[in-house]
Write a protein that binds this ligand. Structure first.
Ligand SMILES: N[C@@H](CCC(=O)N[C@@H](CS)C(=O)NCC(=O)O)C(=O)O
Length: 227
């Protein structure tokens, strides 16, 4: 199995956690990425497989797939143990909604924080304008943290047992922290879940790789991983 991944690609790293959780061995192919040029020039295999030209891309035998959620759902069907989705259809649907929440709902405000890992522009006014928008986005993200905190309702994981929902939402929360977003203070259930997931071997390994990639590729972010 081969995974085309990006060193600081939220969605690729999300798939990597799922692969590690399932104990699947894969060849990791890191596509070129810089903070100034993004993913350009694009990996030719990625361009040939994914019409959107994005990572992650998974190749398993003669199957080529793109989109992190589609890939994780395939992994669940092809390699069901250990399970990453609940068995009951209603619970599975709820779990998928959390995936959408992490991947799409939280990504919308997160995009306004992404300039923080890039080199600062020469014109300070441009930076200030971006930071004004970032602060508005942080308010939205803090609201999402509160929402996730409430979603646990006494459960240890978002869907009862550990699932793909935890991976997707964790990635959005981790990315928020990586980009200097709001702290987890005041959201005790969320903070404790986040702490527990961070030490699971699959998560710890991928977090370590992202942080090492940031050391090499990204500008230091003020307030990243704030307490
Ligand atoms: N919905 C897609 C999003 C994939 C995505 O946005 N990939 C980014 C890296 S995290 C990418 O390859 N960006 C390059 C581009 O859009 O040209 C997924 O879940 O896989």
């Amino acid at each position: 199995m081969k995974l085309y991944s990006g060193p600081v690609s939220l969605f690729s790293r999300k798939v990597e956690i799922a692969l590690h959780e399932k104990g699947l061995v894969f060849e990791q192919i890191l596509v070129p990425f810089t903070q100034t040029r993004g993913y350009s020039p694009k990996n030719p295999d990625v361009l040939a497989i994914n019409p959107k030209g994005q990572v992650p891309v998974l190749v398993d035998r003669d199957l080529s797939l793109y989109d992190s959620t589609v890939i994780i759902e395939y992994l669940e069907d092809a390699y069901p143990d250990p399970a990453l989705y609940p068995k009951a259809s209603i619970e599975r649907a709820r779990c998928r909604l959390f995936d959408v929440f992490g991947d799409e709902v939280m990504l919308a405000p997160l995009r306004f924080l992404m300039h923080r890992t890039e080199p600062k522009p020469d014109d300070p006014e441009r930076w200030r304008a971006k930071e004004d928008k970032a602060r508005e986005a942080e308010t939205v993200l803090a609201g999402h943290f509160a929402e996730i905190d409430r979603a646990f309702q006494g459960k240890d994981y978002l869907c009862g047992a550990f699932s793909a929902a935890d991976i997707a939402v964790f990635m959005a929360v981790f990315w928020t922290r990586r980009l200097g977003g709001p702290s987890l203070k005041g959201h005790e259930t969320l903070a404790s879940w986040y702490g527990r997931l961070s030490t699971r071997p699959a998560f710890a390994r991928v977090i370590g790789e992202i942080r090492a990639a940031d050391e090499e590729l990204s500008a230091p972010v003020e307030g990243a991983f704030r307490e």
